[in-house]
Design a protein around this ligand. Structure first.
Ligand code: NAD
Ligand code: TDX
Length: 343
């Protein structure tokens, strides 16, 4: 059996690749990734000499190239993670978000539909798992949580593009019978996250003695999930999920941004004291808020726990954060190549 993973050179995709390899059901795994600034061969370096992991440098915006890899390998299932993923970039330059996240997903659905309807794949086993975000639901106030029945209300160009792609996936299931599953997950953190996102940006800025820019007053809340927990959730959705269903996945760890940044500073103060012996907290700088900044996200993932047996590994966010900081401290080679822009 052959599994296609799009975006496996990225942060979550490379974690999912490791999880899929560890489960060992698929004889062959094909990585579909165009290595944008966020996609790195370093992220799947452990598998470059593995004959069962094949890398195809394909841009999902290019229908003909995508179609040729679908015809070549006839994947048994597809897990789709490739996307433009950073909200701030979607505000400064939204076009590529529409092209990759909307048109790219449409191309993947069409290639999958062609294969599925020609019965070149085992139609009883084929699944298209679309990895999406809780941001499609918009923002919450002080209370409540998102679940599978929450109405869509995206705020940013990024979340609107992900919402569009979720709708396309559901339409391909309903209209064409393609066995699709959508997962909506909260904010991920862990090793190999590109340093444009809050947690790695704060860790690496602190280590370089640079300002730690906190948007607005740092009161916005995110629900943090360790990346490998998300990947196990995606694996469960692929192997146990019901076609046509949606699963929300979360970390049950709501924190205000300022609490996250303070926790990073306190862990670093303990592990790698600053040269002047002041706390890294001195570097915290409140800056202009993000446009359209969603106030709070939180996920109710009871359905995934009950139907899929979804579980989380770390008992607290602070434990996962410490383990993540250790990874960044121990992997200066990765950090250097990312900062040099090496591919
Ligand atoms: P990432 O930016 O780290 O990785 C994205 C990957 O997609 C990269 O390897 C990149 O090269 C590839 N890619 C981008 N455009 C492409 C194109 N046109 N053709 C082929 N490959 C392309 O992103 P991530 O944080 O790992 O997110 C992965 C997926 O999970 C995304 O779909 C994202 O929306 C979703 N998600 C992310 C989070 C989060 O907190 N990061 C939370 C929920 C859902
Ligand atoms: O420098 C910063 N300062 C800051 O205060 C950055 C980069 C972020 N922030 C704030 C904005 C958010 O409230 O921290 C919070 C987290 O920001 P990001 O790491 O950019 O994540 P977010 O915008 O919440 O979106 C993330 O979670 C959902 C991912 O980037 C998405 O891909 C995912 O879908």
């Amino acid at each position: 059996m052959t599994l296609f993973i799009t975006g496996a050179a990225g942060f979550i995709g490379s974690s999912f690749l490791r999880v899929a390899k560890a489960h060992g059901i698929y004889g062959k795994i094909v990585i579909i990734d165009s290595l944008t600034y966020a996609g790195r061969k370093e992220n799947f370096i452990d598998y470059v000499n593995d004959r069962d992991v094949i890398f195809e440098n394909v841009d999902i915006r290019n229908y003909e190239s995508l179609r040729s890899v679908f015809q070549k390998y006839e994947p048994s299932s597809v897990v789709h993670l490739a996307a433009e993923s950073h909200v701030d970039n979607s505000i400064s330059g939204p076009r590529v978000f529409i092209e990759t996240n909307v048109i790219g997903t449409f191309n993947l659905l069409e290639c999958s539909r062609e294969l599925y309807s020609s019965r070149k794949v085992d139609v009883d086993k084929f699944k298209f798992v679309h990895v999406s975000t809780d941001e499609v639901f918009g923002e919450l106030g002080e209370t409540g949580k998102f679940s599978e029945t929450t109405a869509y209300d995206p705020s940013s160009p990024y979340s609107a593009s992900k919402a569009s792609s979720d709708h396309l996936v559901r339409a391909w299931h309903r209209t064409f019978g393609l066995p699709c599953i959508v997962t909506n997950c909260s904010n991920n953190y862990g090793p190999r996250q590109f340093p444009e996102k809050l947690i790695p940006r704060m860790i690496l800025n602190a280590l370089a003695d640079k300002a730690l820019p906190v948007y607005g007053k740092g009161q916005n809340v995110r629900d943090w999930i360790y990346v490998d927990d998300h990947s196990e959730g995606i694996w469960l959705a692929l192997t146990k999920g019901k076609a046509g269903d949606t699963y929300c996945l979360g970390g049950n760890s709501e924190r205000k941004n300022i609490e996250v940044v303070t926790a990073i500073c306190e862990i670093l103060d303990r592990k790698k004291p600053r040269r002047n012996n002041q706390s890294y907290k001195e570097l915290i700088t409140f800056v202009e808020d993000r446009l359209g900044h969603d106030f709070r996200y939180a996920i109710d993932d009871q359905l995934a726990q009950e139907e899929l047996g979804y579980k989380r590994r770390f008992s607290t966010f602070e434990e996962g954060l410490e383990s993540t900081i250790n990874w960044y401290l121990e992997n200066s080679g990765w950090v250097e190549s990312i900062s040099k822009g090496a591919k």
